[in-house]
Design a protein around this ligand. Sequence first.
Ligand SMILES: [Zn+2]
Length: 194
Amino acid sequence: MTTSGFPGEFEEETLPGLGEGEIIVIRSARRKKSISAYRQGGRIVISIPARLSKADERVIVPEMIAKIRSQEQSQTPGEADLARRIDELLTELAPEITIRPISVTWRPMRERWGSCTSVDRTIRISDRLKLAPEYARDYVLFHEAIHLQFFDHGEGFTKVLSRFEDSELATAYLDGYEAAERALLAPTELSKLP
Ligand SMILES: [Zn+2]
């Protein structure tokens, strides 16, 4: 999380994220009829019976992808919801901050959870938080919202941030997510990490 620009963000758009997830189809000999689809990190994994024909696979796989995406869509707060939540958090926890962001947007950011540009009052939130528990998403929203007022992570910033009750829980979730993400990456992808 940082207030500076976010170099590398546009390169990141091609990496598997919630929107552009990589699709993995597993043909399972043990499966007779059932088909399952689930999200694993940035990937959608679809398990189909080994004997399913290629023609059926071409029909079923896009259906399963659409189903998963629409489920996620219905569970995901929209950008207006994010802006409303920031307003609620600031009103409740930091009433002295009266600045509000002009825009809050989901972005496919892999290296950061969020970023805030205070000059134009824009906040971007990593789409990895789309299905995160509310306390983790709130924590990032609150963090970025405080940056509207405090540019760095100095005393003024940390004093306000410390009012967020579930910060330990939230950082544990975020750190755990990042650790799991690193563990799930293939060794070749791992070597590209900074
Ligand atoms: Zn920050």
